[in-house]
Every structure is written in C-alpha cells, then in structure tokens.
Design a protein around this ligand. Sequence first.
Ligand code: ADP
Ligand code: MG
Length: 737
Amino acid sequence: MEGKLTEIFGINVFNDARMVECLPKKIYVKLKQTIENGDDLDIEVAEVVANAMKDWAIERGATHYTHWFQPMTGVTAEKHDSFISPTVDGKVIMEFSGKELIKGEPDASSFPSGGIRSTFEARGYTAWDCTSPAFLREDAAGVTLCIPTAFCSYTGEALDKKTPLLRSMEAINDQALRILKLFNHHDVTSVNVTVGAEQEYFLIDKEDYLKREDLMFTGRTLFGAMPPKGQEMDDHYFGHLRDRVAAFMKDLNEECWKMGILAKTQHNEAAPAQHEMAPVFSTVNIASDHNQLTMELMKRIANNHGLECLLHEKPFEGVNGSGKHNNWSLVTNTGKNLFDPGTTPHENIQFLLFFSAILKAVDEHAGLLRLSASNAGNDHRLGANEAPPAIISIFVGDQMEDVLLQLVETGEATRSKKTGKFSVGVHRIPEFYRDATDRNRTSPFAFTNNRYEFRMIGSSMSIADANTVLNTIVADALCDMANILEQADDFDLAVHDIIKKTVSDHYRIVFNGNGYSKEWEEEAARRGLPNYRSYIDSIPSLISKKSIKLFEKHCVFSKSELYSRAEVEYENYAKTINIEGRTMIQMFSRKYAPAVIRYTKELADSINSITKACPGIDVSVQEDLLTKVSNLLVQAQKAQNHLIDCIIEAESISRETKEAKEAAERERRQAALSYKDEIDLKGLLGMTPFSYKLAQHFKDKVIPAMEDLRRPVDELELIVPKDLWPVPSYGDMLFEV
Ligand code: ADP
Ligand code: MG
C-alpha cells in the first residue's frame, strides 16, 4: 500500500473535508445547504465549485472530466472532455466552468428510453448530483474527474436509475418526518435512507474466460457439465483465501478506499471460486454509486491479476449463483436508527409503527419488489432451484414474531423475549450476549437487528431500482398512517389501533420458516401471496393501476416514465436471450460439432485399423462409443436447427414490433403529441408494451430450445476426451484460481 489506510482513504474524492479546504466559507455553506436541505443551487456557487474541483483534479494529474451517469442499461456511461481551452497565442489553458459542472448534453437517443425519445430527438441532459461527491478515476486513460449526474430527456423525463432514486429519497424523507413530528421529535429535520450492499462475484482465470464465447458475450456459461466435485463439501465458504485471490482483494480494497468506498468485509462464498465484498453502509444514492464503482473496479483489478470477475447472477449451472444483499434502514439526522427495536420492542411504539409500515408496504407491493430485483440472469436463481425464493415474505425473527403474534391475537403486546447470555462452555472463551434473533438465509427480506436485508437483487444489477421501490412503498405506508394519525383526537389510542390493524392485516407476509421448501410454496399460495415465476411475469406490476397511483402520488415516476420503463424491461430481456441463443448456435457449429466429429473419426479409424490388423477382435467398446457419440451429435444438431428456427421467428416478431413502434411514433407526430402527452391524455392504462410479445417468445420458445441444445452437448462433454474438448470445463474454471 502506498501509505497508511487512513492517509489514502478518500484521496480521490472531492469530499467534505476537501471542500472545506478549497472553497470560500460562504460558498461552502451555500453548497451544503443544497446538499443537505435541497435548496436551489445558484450558478455563481457552481462556478466557484467547478474551479476548485478542477484545480484539485489537475493537481492530482487529471486531464479530463466526465459526467458519470446511470442509464437504463444497468451499467454506467460517460463521455470524456479534456479541460483544455485554446488561447490566442496558440497555447492552451485548463478550464472548467460552472455550466460544464452542472449540465452536460449526451446524445439521449442512443440510450434505452422505451419510446420516450425517438432516434431523431437526440437531446438529453445530464445534471450534477451534488449529493454524491465527485471523484477521480485512475486507469489506462489517465486520471479523470468524474461528476455523478442524473440523466433526463429534453422533455424532463428520467432516462436513468439515479433520478427516480433521488426522488424516492425525498418522498420517504417527507413522510417519515410527518410521523416523527407526531412523536414530538421536533429536532429531526431529515431522515436518511442508509444502505449497505453486499456484492457476490466469481473469479476465474482470464485465459479460460477468453476461450469461452459464452462467458465473453453473455457473462454466463451456456454449456458445461458439472465436475465430480461441486460445492457439496462446503469447504469453500469462509475458507482460507488463496494467494491470487487475496492479492486481488488487497488491490480492490485499496482502490475502493482511495475512492472513499468503505470496503469492509471480504470472504469466500459458498460456491467454489465465489467471493463476497461488503462495504460499511452509507446514504442510499452514494451506496448505489459506490456499488456501481465497486463492480467496475472488480472487473478492472481482476484483469490486472490475469483474472476475470464474473458478476452474472448464474455463471455456472448447478453451482450457487450470485446476488446482492441490500441492507436498508432509516436514520435521522440526529443519528437515531428508526428500526432499532431497543431491548423491549413491545414498549417501543414508534419502532412498532415503523415496523408495521414495512409489513404493509412489502405486502401491498410484493410484485414491484420482485421486479426491482429481477433481470434475465436472476431468473436462474429466483424461483429456480436456488435461493432466495421468488415469493416475497418477511423474516422477522423469534423476538418480533412473538411481539407481532401478541398484537394479532390479543391486540396488546406486553412482553419481549429476552436475549440470553451466550457461552460455549469453555472458561477461557469470553461470554457475551447473543442477538435477540437467529438469522434466516432463505428469506428474501429479513429483519436483522436494526435493518432489513433485501436479498433478492441480482449480482450484476444496479441497486437503484430496488431502493427506489423500497423507499416509495414505505413512504406510501407512512403517508397512509400519518393521514390518520394527524387527524386523531387521542394520539396514543390511534397509534395503538393503527399498529394493531396494520399488523393483523398484513401478518400473512411474515414467514420465519424455510423459504426453499415446497411446503412454503403451497402455504404462500394459500395465503394469497403472489409467486411470479419469471422476471417477465412481474413486469406488468410496474404499470398496474396501483403502481401508477403510488409512483405519481409521491412524484417518483410519471405514468409515461413507468410505461417507458416497462418497455425497456421487455426489450432488455429479449436482447439478453437473443444474444445467448445466437452464442449457443455459434459455439455449437464452430466448436463443439467439429470437436465431436473429430472424435467420431478417431473412433472409426480405430475400429477400422484394429479390425484390419486383427480381424475378429472385439471392438464393441469403440463401436458402442461411436454409436452413442453419433446419436448425441444428431440430437444436438436437431436441437440446434430448432433453435435457429425459433430465432428466425424472433427476428420476424422483432420486425413487427419495430414497425408498430414506428407507426405509433408517426401517429404521435401527426397529432403533435409527445409520448408523455399521449400516455397522459389517452390514459393508456392496460396498454401492452410493444416488446411484450417478443419477450414472451424468447421465454416460451427460445429458452426451452436452448436447454434442448445444451443437454446433449453437456452429455458429450463427459464422453469426449478432454484434449479434444474445445473449451475449458467447469472443473478447470472453478478449481484453478
Ligand atoms: P451479513 O453477511 O451478516 O449480512 P455483512 O457484514 O456481510 O453481514 O453485511 C452487513 C451489511 O449491512 C454491511 O454492508 C453493513 O454496513 C450493513 N448495515 C449495517 N447496519 C446498517 C444500517 N443501519 N443500515 C444499512 N445497512 C446497514
Ligand atoms: Mg448478508
């Protein structure tokens, strides 16, 4: 490490300490008012800040700046500009104006917009998000000043993941403050959402990676037979870190720390070659930015170590996939965690109110939460044979289950289970108090001490969507409660009634048992809890009447933004599966089929030469193998032909979809309506997004065809000699690093 941890921490961030150092007091105070209270930012302040940022960045070696934003692709985007500005004498000076800081103009038509923007309407803006600090990125391009920004269309609609997140933070702040005022917390002026996102990932050898088109093009293996040893020995989880991985983690930590990312915990995960990194929690939009940066850093640093970092939700079939655990809580500006139960939660009325708001929010909007954690990759985890289940429920732990049951059964909670002393029975090992509650690894949404752990999010996804949904649905539950409580004559009585009623109404969402079991699936169905089996089944929840009302009420999404996002979800799904199907076809015809044909020739040659050399000798082993391999090859070839047909059919559906979109666009133009006007005026409730049919085709036709091709090839992998097999095996990739 270059210096002490405390010295390098945040060295690449234009953080608060740096602002105090570089900015005139008056400007600093004004900027802080914008950051903390949302006051408008004036251009003079921006000018001074831009100049100070530039001087600091240049001193650290920066030549370029970029507006860093998060379009609906799920990955970040940036366009670099250098600071140079020509002077009359043919030289250059380094400049960066307030205007350049607060506003950028990338081409909006090249990013997914779901119809909000058509190709000729290119204008879009990026706008400085001063609540997330600017930072320097050091890479092959040199040093770049990165400015976190929100990305919107010319017409003001959000085209990114950050804008709605920021809006949802305002919504939950407003509603939580209403409740806190009722409890006489007049000192509290803001409520912050805190998030700590644990990130799982795989590391494999770069050379293996480069030999597999499936990993390169799709992030996951589309073929591959299981090795004799998988994860059944449970010897990898928390196992000793091998040197190569440890060296990667050391570099990752250092780079994270320099960027102000609070990298804290690292360990091996359950699957071989799988690992996890967890930062200390921070404000949600910073946590979201930091998680995006962490994923970028993981990829880059792995590369420096001759490794490849796989962030896909399911890189290897039959091996545990990766997720992202989103630890979420609410904290006041006075430092109080609103989900801290204290030692006697049954007496903590304010806590119980917030706790019951969560039950209500999650129960009422389970579909939205499911969708917010889903992508095509996560379909291999959620609702497949792996954790967490696709059915949303809340694990509350023994202590809270007991309190809630008292409320449901008697209307009154009079006691809380105590935490016991913990002793292992060895005098030299110190005793300590155990937590009030055990953990549950099978729950998608678990209350853990003083926060909720939403465990469903896919490992490659941005956490912004999930937190936007969480913030908004909890804001809405708090809003309903505040509406009643603010009118109540007897507050104490009203608050008791509301807790009792909310817990009783939504107790069905509470489940402390094994979320993987078949019995739970049946029980959940009896309770009426939704079970969206696939990602695309959950997309309609985004444009249901209930969701539109919810998001519009809290100014998080307009109706047109919701429709456009549903369109993008279907498009993304179709694109992902399309690439996967095509990659399989290419790999089969260019790699697997030729390799297998080579082997059949080897077998045939062997049979011929042996019978020639020694007529009458038993060559049945070779003959059996030849028959078996040839049959599997024929089966695979048939499956491949079918897959090709399905993809050709997809192409024609895709053309129809495009034509329908263009026709709708033309009509809009003739009627002089924007996308927003049309959705708002015509109230296209119930309208099916254009790409629905295409996505459905990929799910119902293409995916089964892909599975049919995979099966015989995986069987062949176990028969064909290793030296003839054209790509690295699961065993090579999972146990080599
Ligand atoms: P575990 O694996 O037991 O869930 P980790 O240490 O891996 O625990 O991760 C816990 C995560 O929860 C960390 O990112 C931590 O910072 C975060 N966390 C702890 N308290 C809060 C809180 N009040 N709000 C949000 N996140 C929190
Ligand atoms: Mg965890």
